[in-house]
Design a protein around this ligand. Structure first.
Ligand code: ADP
Ligand code: MG
Length: 347
């Protein structure tokens, strides 16, 4: 079993407060993703868990034991970075075996572990190659293999896929999910990419400026974001935010909003473009002046502005015959509407 608890954890570099009181519980076998914009403290937090940075205040517990004063080498965490950090002069086999041999493990036992990890990661046929003879994805698999052979209590990943091209990132995501399912290990994964977070995580931790904004499953964060920050960060294309004052053309909807709602959020996929005849018949809806229309086969993405200048994106599951300058009528699925107060908190 490998669990992790963070209690009131803080970290300052001099008078720069980077982590400002983080509390978190990670159960055994969970795949937890820390997501947030660049500079919000994700790597610092991960490095504190690994023992590469000391905590300023607060507690880190692994398997219910406080590890604040335990060295990185003794904590039993294995970290995989964005830069693969492989030894260039060593073969794939030696890159994976090095740490174990160094720790005094017998050669036969090392061979068994490296062979198993290589099979798991489909590196069997590449064991005699040097890192320069590998693709980016293969190098990252070697780095992951090096972590696996150590049988760590916790796997810590810091943006491991960010150096890979888009297509490879998608296939490596699937490989990581598969790996997690097969190993059943506890994994903490850092990314600034919300799509990666949504597709990998059992539990997402959204960070902003050294604080946790919200913790939840991908579905919880998508359906019930706690504030406009999380609402805008999770989901692609981004949620639209519309000031209450721009909704006057939808009187019934406005009358149903909580009094304290100063704005609403609606995702691009929850807006609907009415056909002209439908719009005339209904007589309500928001008028959107189209700035751009992109047809992508399975979906169409429209961008435009409301009368008050609010920018809106709409995603439809079919082609929408509009071009720049057209004015269309939008309606929204009221059950998918998010209301926010003046402090940008969900109501
Ligand atoms: N050793 C350090 N000394 C001073 N500031 C640091 C140090 N390491 C990180 N920081 C600062 O802490 C903040 C968070 O950094 P980091 O954890 O790397 O963010 P992220 O990984 O989310 O992009 C940044 O503003 C960064 O400049
Ligand atoms: Mg980072």
């Amino acid at each position: 079993m490998s669990t992790l608890q963070l209690k009131s954890l803080t970290k300052s570099f001099g008078d720069v407060h980077v982590i400002k009181g983080v509390d978190l519980d990670v159960a055994h076998g969970q795949f937890v993703v820390f997501v947030g914009p660049s500079g919000c403290g994700k790597s610092t937090l991960l490095r504190m868990i690994a023992g590469l940075e000391t905590a300023s205040t607060g507690e880190i517990k692994i398997d219910n034991a406080v590890v604040n004063d335990i060295s990185a080498a003794q904590r039993g965490c294995a970290m995989v970075f964005q830069s693969y950090a492989l030894y260039p002069h060593m073969t794939v086999y030696d890159n994976m075996a090095f740490g174990l041999e160094n720790a005094g493990m017998a050669k036969d036992a090392v061979r068994k572990k490296v062979t198993e990890a290589a099979a798991l990661l489909r590196l069997d046929s590449l064991l005699e190659r040097k890192p320069t003879q590998l693709s980016g994805g293969q190098r990252q698999r070697v780095a992951i293999g090096r972590a696996i052979v150590r049988e760590p209590k916790l796997f810590l990943f810091d943006e491991p896929l960010s150096n890979l091209d888009a297509e490879l990132r998608v296939s490596m995501r699937a490989e990581l999910r598969d790996l997690h399912a097969r190993l059943g290990s506890t994994m903490i994964y850092v990314t600034h990419d919300q799509v990666e977070a949504m597709t990998l995580a059992d539990k997402i931790v959204v960070l902003r400026a050294g604080k946790i904004e919200q913790i939840g499953t991908p579905k919880e964060l998508y359906e019930r974001p706690i504030n406009t920050f999380v609402a805008g960060f999770i989901g692609s294309p981004r949620m639209n935010f519309i000031p209450r004052s721009a909704l006057q053309a939808m009187p019934v909807l406005v009358s149903q909003l909580p009094n304290s709602a100063t704005s609403v959020g609606i995702r691009p996929e929850h807006l609907r473009v009415l056909a002209a005849s439908e719009a005339a018949e209904l007589g309500v809806g928001l008028l959107l002046t189209i700035a751009q229309a992109e047809y992508m086969g399975a979906t169409s993405l429209l961008q435009g502005t409301l009368a008050d200048g609010t920018k809106i994106e709409v995603m439809q599951q079919h082609a929408v015959p509009v071009t720049r300058g057209d004015v269309v009528t939008l309606v929204m699925d009221a059950s998918k509407l998010h209301s926010f107060n003046a402090n940008e908190q969900r109501i």
